[in-house]
Ligand binder design. Structure first.
Ligand code: ZN
Ligand code: ZN
Length: 344
C-alpha cells in the first residue's frame, strides 16, 4: 500500500510498504481521512532519535473497520470510526483515571507518534482507540480527534471561569482555533474575542460566531483591552493556540486578575512567571496558567456528539495522499485555512 512516511528526520515522502495486519486486540482500519497537524511538523523537525524512523505520520484519523485481530469484539467490517491517537501505558495513576493525555510514562505513545500513523491506505490501531462516528463524513470526523478534542479539553479545564457574561480571548484561528470558537458558542454563553494576523481567519471566526475580532499587530493589546477592559479587568480566559512570544505577551497583558491562560500552541514561546510582589508584574493577581495536552477518550466522545448534532464543523481543505508533503509545506507557511485533511 501507499504510505507517507518520515523516512529520516525532516524527510517526508510517499513510499510503498507492505499492508499491515492486525495483531491480538488490534483492528485494521481503512483510512478515510487524516488531518495534517502542526505537531507533525514538530515531529519532522525533531532531532534524530526522538521519534522512530521510518514512521508513517498522521495522528488525526477516521476510517472504516476492515479486519479484526484475535480477541476483538464489538466491531464489524465496515463500521465507521474515529481513532483516539494517544496510547497511554494503561497502568499509571493518570491512565487509570482516564487521563491518558497525562500518562506518566514519557514519551507518551501514540498512533503516528510512536508507531505508524494514518497517512496511508490502512492503519493498525488497538481496538480500544476506536470511537463510533455514525454517519459523519470521515473528512469531518478525522479533525475531531485532535483539532476538535484539544480545544475541547482546554475549554473543559477553564469551564469554571467560562460563565455567562464572561469573556474569552482566542488567539490563533487555525485548525484548533476555529474549532475552539464553535465549541465556545455551542457550550458556553461567553463573549468571544478572536485574534489572528490573517483577515481571512478573522472572517472565518466571525462567521462561526466570534463576537469581536482583532487583527494582531503592534496595537493588539490596546484594541483587545478596549473590548475586555484594562487591568485589573480583562479577559476571564485566554486560549493561546499559537504559543509564540508575542502571543503569550498579549495573553498575559489582556487576562484579568483571577483569570486563566491556557497555552496550547507549540510555537516555542515562553511565558515568564514571578511572584506578585516583584516588579514589573508578569501576571495579574491570582491568574493561573495551564499547558493542556490533547484530551481524553471520554472527551472525544463528547466532541463527536457535538459534531453529530451539527454544532461543530471543521473547515477543511482536502488533499490526495500523494500531495500530503505539499499540504505540510502549506501548513508550515501558514497558508492553510481551517484544517488540511488528507484523503487516501
Ligand atoms: Zn496534533
Ligand atoms: Zn500511563
Amino acid at each position: 500500500m501507499r504510505a507517507v512516511r518520515m523516512t529520516a528526520p525532516g524527510v517526508l515522502e510517499q513510499v510503498e510498504v507492505p499492508n499491515p495486519t492486525a495483531g491480538p486486540g488490534e483492528v485494521l482500519v481503512r483510512v478515510g481521512a487524516v488531518g495534517a497537524c502542526h505537531s507533525d511538523l514538530h515531529i519532522l523537525d525533531a532531532p534524530a532519535g526522538l521519534f522512530p524512523t521510518p514512521m508513517t505520520l498522521g495522528h488525526e484519523i477516521a476510517g472504516t473497520v476492515d479486519t479484526l485481530g484475535a480477541g476483538v469484539s464489538g466491531w464489524s467490517a465496515g463500521d465507521r470510526a474515529a481513532v483516539y491517537g494517544i496510547i497511554g501505558c494503561g497502568h499509571c495513576r493518570a491512565c487509570l483515571r482516564g487521563n491518558e493525555n497525562q500518562c506518566r510514562e514519557i514519551p507518551v505513545g501514540g498512533i503516528g507518534l510512536s508507531r505508524d500513523g494514518g497517512l496511508a491506505e490502512y492503519v493498525v490501531v488497538p481496538a480500544s482507540r476506536l470511537l463510533r462516528v455514525g454517519d459523519l463524513d470521515l473528512t469531518q470526523a478525522a479533525p475531531l480527534t485532535d483539532a476538535g478534542l484539544t480545544p475541547y479539553h482546554a475549554i473543559q479545564l477553564a469551564r469554571e471561569k467560562l460563565r455567562p457574561g464572561t469573556t474569552c480571548v482566542v488567539i490563533g484561528i487555525g485548525g484548533l482555533g476555529h474549532m475552539a470558537v464553535q465549541l465556545l458558542v455551542a457550550t458556553t454563553a461567553v463573549r468571544i474575542v478572536a485574534v489572528d494576523t490573517s483577515v481571512a481567519a478573522l472572517d472565518l471566526a466571525s462567521r462561526l460566531g466570534a463576537h469581536d475580532v482583532v487583527q494582531a499587530g503592534p496595537d493588539s493589546v490596546d484594541r483587545i483591552r478596549t473590548l475586555v477592559g484594562s487591568p485589573p479587568d480583562g479577559a476571564d480566559v485566554v486560549l493561546d493556540f499559537v504559543g509564540a512570544d508575542p502571543t503569550l505577551t498579549t495573553a498575559r497583558q489582556v487576562v484579568a486578575s483571577g483569570g486563566q491562560v491556557l497555552l496550547v500552541g507549540l510555537a516555542g514561546g515562553t511565558l515568564p512567571v514571578r511572584p506578585v510582589a516583584d516588579e514589573p508584574p508578569t501576571l495579574p493577581l491570582e491568574t493561573s496558567v495551564e499547558v493542556p495536552f490533547w484530551g481524553t477518550r471520554a472527551e472525544l466522545r463528547e466532541v463527536i456528539a457535538l459534531a453529530r448534532d451539527g454544532v461543530l464543523r471543521a473547515d477543511v481543505q482536502t488533499f490526495p495522499l500523494a500531495e500530503a508533503p505539499e499540504a505540510y509545506d502549506l501548513l508550515r507557511r501558514g497558508e492553510i485555512h481551517g484544517r488540511a485533511v488528507i484523503v487516501p
